[in-house]
Design a protein around this ligand. Structure first.
Ligand code: ZN
Length: 179
């Protein structure tokens, strides 16, 4: 991976103190978990991250991601392009307690050994930014007519969305109980 921010865990204290900005494009090929939810891994996602100290010396990262991804149309199962543009705000924390004390505006992202492993965190954001279900617009879909006349949204069972934060919490719990 050529990206300087992703090759090594970065020092979030230095980045926040210096109010560093990390702006880069990352190929979908480099995000294997997100790739599993996509029809193909063509293209890349643009990330903008702004590190700073927030209230009470909170390590915070304001972020934005933009890019096009290809999902499966839930009506005709053909590929459908979606443009993503999503903003997020992280609070970097070292403990579950700190995570639960974050302001509501901040999502917890855990740092360990004073290092932030950026790739899993931005990949989580990409997964959160994906729509739960995707459809072609009716005029572009190869299966536009519904026999029942019902909107497909009402007949489809809702897709349970993978939540990377709860997965992380489970992992933390299992690590603790294993000690
Ligand atoms: Zn379709």
């Amino acid at each position: 991976m050529a990206n300087e921010y992703l090759r090594y865990p970065l020092d979030p204290y230095k980045f926040c103190a210096a109010e560093r900005e990390a702006v880069f494009d990352l190929s979908l090929q480099d995000m294997k978990r997100a790739q599993e939810m996509l029809v193909d891994a063509e293209g890349s996602i643009h990330f903008e991250l702004r590190f700073s100290y927030g209230p009470q010396r909170l390590l915070q990262v304001e972020g934005r991601l933009k890019g096009d991804v290809t999902l499966e149309c839930q009506r005709c199962l053909g590929p459908v392009q979606e443009s993503l543009d999503s903003e997020f705000m992280w609070g970097l924390v070292t403990t579950e307690e700190a995570a639960s004390n974050l302001p509501r505006t901040h999502e917890p992202v855990f740092i360990e050994n004073e290092a932030l492993d950026l790739l899993p965190a931005i990949e989580d954001e990409l997964i959160l930014a994906l729509p739960l279900v995707a459809y072609h617009p009716p005029e572009a879909c190869s299966m536009p007519e519904q026999i029942t006349g019902q909107a497909p949204e009402e007949t489809q069972a809702p897709v349970e969305k993978h939540n990377p934060f709860s997965a992380l919490a489970d992992l933390k719990k299992s690590l603790k109980s294993g000690q």
